[in-house]
Design a protein around this ligand. Sequence first.
Ligand SMILES: Cc1ncc(COP(=O)(O)O)c(C=O)c1O
Length: 471
Amino acid sequence: MGVESFLDEVLNRVKEFLNLAQQTDVIRNGLPHDSLRKTIDLKLPIEGHGIQSALDDIDSVLRHSVHTTAPGFMNPLWGGLSVSSIAGELVTAATNTAMYTYEIAPMATLIESTILTRMGELAGFSTSKGTLTTGGSNSNLLGLLCARQSMDQKSSSLGFDGRNSVVFVSEEAHYSYSIAANVIGIGFLNIIKVRCDEDGRMRPDSLEEEIERALQAGQRPFAVLATSGTTVRGAFDPLRPLAEISHRYNLWMHVDAAWGGACLLSNQYRSLMDGLDLADSFCWDAHKMMGVPLICSAFIVKDASILRQVCSTGTEAHYLYHGESEDVDLGRYSLQCGRRNDALKLWLAWREIGDAGWASLVDRFMELATYLELKVEETPELEMASSRMWTNVCFRYVGDTAPEDLNELNAELRHRLLQDGRFMVSKSTIKGQIILRSVISNNQISEQSLDSYIKRVVELGQDIERGLPSQ
Ligand SMILES: Cc1ncc(COP(=O)(O)O)c(C=O)c1O
């Protein structure tokens, strides 16, 4: 089989898979891993099976993949369908290159720089530099590394005794900070969790108290890590007062906007991140609300020299860098050497729909989240588990069940929902209560799909209350 007909066959299969996601009721077939392992042939052969068999393998991969572009997919903070971005992924693979130098990735280098500059502008940074990373977790790691470098300019070259150094995050921040604390050498126990208000936002007064307490205990605070769009509730920390406190104590301020960063694209919702311009760095995942396929995460910093120091190696990588495009080469601002071109898919999508298209997308997602929230409120069997600021709609089934049994019921409900296969949402916990976190970050969701979702949740909740077994 020639390259051309092979690729045609592959594309046909991909198109069929994407079409199926819109038509099927079952977005996940739910086979347990031991059954799936027995069902498909995963072995790596001694003698190759040939290109034709790759088509069979692709068929089996597609058959057993979750339909993350289906309207019922509301589980993680990403999903949906962007055809131009999928095309970008194909072209990225076909033009297979690494992002370290202009020499080897001319167009991709300029594209990535254009995107990062634009994101810096949207944040209101007067100067900025950045890099695309392997995800929001690693963008947060870069934020912490920059903070460490800013506190101790020798830390990148001589190392650092971080046992006494502390950073502050909201008690609802993403777990990636713990890993980052481990990697930068302070250890995750040196992360101080700051209390949140009723709505899940870091309290500025509590931050100040914690900083004072740490100073009195002889600890060395060096960064405040705020969140714009928390993982479970979608809360936005109040950046302006937090930045004011950070500056007063001479602390680096990094903002994790992996999830909420897209609000900067909407006139209506940009104010959720009011004060971002006062931060030192932030991250923003385009693979979340912007619907670009994973991974596409940006880390942006105001002071380029800090990022350059963090990513410097001491010995010049003479086999890569030759000086002539020093200002343009992106490898000097990345923790990676080989790095894939994640910029193209975002650039193609941005060129396709423009700033106006992004604004409509964010506004539409918020409209759908409001719709879902209203549906929950008008359904007697359900109750919201938290106020809503973003498109995370957190609720639980209450029905006629006693309060002490609600956790068990909602855990079972989520389990049945998953088995049912029509809707996928996450099981999370808010203040000890098990809730269903339904996220609107998938452009295939509609009012109709949300109606069916609520109907199904109520049916399953009632089944459980009546003691009916799972079907
Ligand atoms: C608030 C927040 N920050 C960071 C991350 C990590 O992003 P990634 O999965 O791209 O590493 C997540 C993931 O959901 C998140 O919710």
